[in-house]
Design a protein around this ligand. Structure first.
Ligand code: 5AD
Ligand code: SF4
Length: 475
C-alpha cells in the first residue's frame, strides 16, 4: 500500500517526523475535500484544567496544519475529546458524551472520533472503551499528544483502530504548531507531570514524573508570543514552585520569572499552580519587586487540619499554611489569594472540618474552588479506612460554600471605588454592549465599551462589587 511506503520514509527525529505526517495528511485531506466539495472540519472538546486547555491548543495546531478547519459543533469530520479524570464526575460526563458521538458518526460516514487526555491513561478506562465504544477510532494518552498527525495517518493507512498510550516519557517535543484561543494572552508550559503524590490525587499516575522544560525553550516561546502580540502569559505546571530542579543546570522558578519579566512586550505574567510546601521567600521577593507578575496567587490548601494534611501527604501543617499566607500578605498587602479545598477526605472529622473553616476565616481568600472528595482507583486514599459518608461530605461542602461566599464578597469588595488597569478579554455574551476585562489580581469587571477594545489595556473605575465581579466604567 502506498501509505505504508510513505510511513517507512518518515524521518526518525522529532519534530521533523511530525511535520512530515502533517504534510502527508494535508495532501490527503485536500484530495478528499475536492472529492466531497467541502472542507474537512474538526472539533475539540476539552475537559478539566488549564494543562488540558493548553494541550488542546497544540492538538488544534496540528489539525489545522493537516488541513482541517475548525467547527464549533460536534458535527465535524474529526472530533477529539481531551479528557480529565481528576474526579469521578469528570469521567461520567465523558462517557455520556461519547455515546452521543456514536449517534453522530452513524450519520456522517466521514466522521472519525479520537479520545485523549488523562482518562485514557487509566487501564480500566481503555478496557471499557475497547469493549463498549467500538466506534472510537483513535485513543492516545497524555505523553504523546505531539504525534496526533502520525496517529491519524495510521488510520488513513488502513489500521482499524489506533491505540497509543505510554506509561511515561522523558521526552519533551518542542517546536510544534499551536493555535491560540485568544490573540492577547496565552498559556506556556514550563513543566509537565507531578512528583508530589498527594494521596487523593491521580495526576502523578496519569501525567507522569515531573519534567521541566529548558529555560531557553520557554523564553524562546514567550519571545515569539510577544512578537505575535501576546501581552499576558500564564506559566503552567502542576507545581511550578519546584520548577527547574531536574534540569542539567538547575534554575529556580523565581529565577525563571525574572527572565520572563525581561521579555519585551509581555506586560502581565501569571502562573499556576503553586504548592505551599515549595513556595520560597525568594519567589515572594521576586513577585514583590516585579512590575509584571500579577498580584494573584493560587495556593491550594486542600484542608485546614494538620492531621488530614498529613494523611493527604501535603507536607505542611495548618500553622505552616497560615504562616505562609502571613509572609505573602506582609510582602504584598494587595495580593489576591485563591485556593482549592476538598471536603470529606477519609478520616475527616467535624473537628478537622472546623479547622478548614478556621483557615478560611483567617486567610482571606478572594475565591476558592471547592470539591467533594472523590475516590480515585490506584491512589493511596482510595483504600484508607474511615471513608466519609457522602451525605456528611456534602453537608460540610455546603457549610464551606456559605462561609466562602460571605468571605469572598468582603474580600472582593475591598476595591470598590478604585480605578485599575484591566486587560479587556471579550465582549459580554449576554449583553453585547458590555466588555469583560480582568484585573491584575484576576478579578473580572464588566463595563460598557466597544468591541475594538478587546486585547487592550484600559483604566476602569470599579463602581459596584457584585460578589465575585465588578461593574465598572472606563475612565
Ligand atoms: N477528589 C476531590 N478533589 C480532588 N482534587 C484532586 N484530586 C481530587 C480528588 N480525588 C482537587 C484538588 C486539586 C484540584 C485541581 O482538584 O483540590 O487542587
Ligand atoms: Fe495532584 Fe498534589 Fe500533584 Fe497537585 S501537587 S497534581 S494535587 S499530586
Amino acid at each position: 500500500m502506498q501509505t505504508e511506503k510513505e510511513r517507512e520514509l518518515a524521518p526518525a527525529g522529532e519534530p521533523e517526523r511530525q511535520y512530515y505526517f502533517m504534510e502527508l495528511l494535508r495532501r490527503h485531506n485536500e484530495e478528499r475535500s475536492a472529492e466531497l466539495g467541502r472542507s474537512l472540519t474538526y472539533h475539540i472538546e476539552t475537559f478539566g484544567c488549564q494543562m488540558n486547555a493548553k494541550d488542546s491548543e497544540k492538538l488544534a495546531g496540528i489539525l489545522e496544519a493537516a488541513g482541517y478547519v475548525p467547527e464549533l459543533s460536534e458535527q465535524a469530520d474529526f472530533v477529539l475529546y481531551n479528557t480529565c479524570t481528576v474526579r469521578e464526575n469528570a469521567n461520567t460526563k465523558v462517557y455520556g458524551r461519547i455515546g452521543y458521538l456514536g449517534n453522530l458518526k452513524s450519520k456522517n460516514p466521514e466522521m472519525r472520533i479520537a479520545l485523549c487526555g488523562c482518562m485514557m491513561q487509566e487501564p480500566h478506562v481503555l478496557a471499557k472503551i475497547k469493549q463498549s465504544y467500538r466506534f472510537v477510532d483513535i485513543v492516545f494518552g497524555t505523553h504523546n499528544i505531539y504525534m496526533l498527525a502520525e496517529l491519524i495517518w495510521r488510520l488513513v493507512s488502513g489500521e482499524k483502530r489506533v491505540v497509543e498510550i505510554w506509561d511515561g516519557t522523558e521526552k519533551i517535543v518542542e517546536e510544534l504548531p499551536s493555535e491560540h484561543k485568544y490573540r492577547f494572552k496565552a498559556g506556556v508550559n514550563i513543566m509537565y507531570g507531578c512528583n508530589n503524590f498527594c494521596s487523593y490525587c491521580i495526576v502523578p499516575y496519569v501525567r507522569g514524573r515531573e519534567r521541566s522544560r529548558r529555560p531557553e525553550d520557554i523564553l524562546a516561546e514567550i519571545k515569539k508570543l510577544a512578537d505575535e502580540g501576546i501581552v499576558e502569559v500564564m506559566l503552567l505546571g502542576q507545581n511550578v514552585n519546584s520548577y527547574g530542579k531536574t534540569l542539567d543546570s538547575p534554575l529556580s522558578f523565581a529565577e525563571l520569572l525574572k527572565k520572563v519579566e525581561a521579555v519585551e512586550g509581555i506586560r502581565r505574567i501569571r502562573f499556576m499552580t503553586s504548592h505551599p510546601k515549595d513556595l520560597s521567600d525568594e519567589l515572594i521577593e521576586v513577585m514583590r519587586q516585579s512590575r509584571k507578575v500579577c498580584r494573584h496567587l493560587h495556593l491550594p490548601m486542600q484542608s485546614g487540619s494538620t492531621k488530614i494534611l498529613s494523611r493527604m501527604n501535603r507536607r505542611y501543617s495548618k500553622e505552616d499554611y497560615l504562616a505562609l499566607v502571613d509572609r505573602i500578605k506582609a510582602a504584598m498587602p494587595d495580593i489576591s489569594l485563591t485556593t482549592d479545598i476538598i471536603t470529606g477526605f477519609p478520616g475527616e472529622t467535624e473537628e478537622d472540618f472546623l479547622d478548614t473553616l478556621d483557615v478560611v476565616k483567617r486567610a482571606g481568600f478572594d475565591s476558592a474552588y471547592t470539591f467533594l472528595y472523590s475516590k480515585r482507583t490506584g491512589t493511596p486514599a482510595a483504600t484508607m479506612e474511615e471513608q466519609v459518608p457522602e451525605a456528611v461530605a456534602k453537608e460540610r461542602f455546603n457549610r464551606l460554600l456559605a462561609l466562602l461566599s460571605e468571605q469572598s464578597a468582603k474580600q472582593t469588595g475591598k476595591h470598590t471605588g478604585m480605578t485599575a488597569e484591566v486587560l479587556v478579554e471579550e465582549q459580554n455574551e449576554q449583553e453585547p454592549s458590555l466588555l469583560t476585562g480582568r484585573l491584575g489580581n484576576n478579578l473580572l469587571v464588566h463595563f460598557p465599551g466597544e468591541a475594538s477594545l478587546v486585547g487592550q489595556f484600559v483604566q476602569v473605575k470599579l463602581c459596584e462589587c457584585k460578589g465575585f465581579y465588578y461593574i465598572g466604567r472606563q475612565v
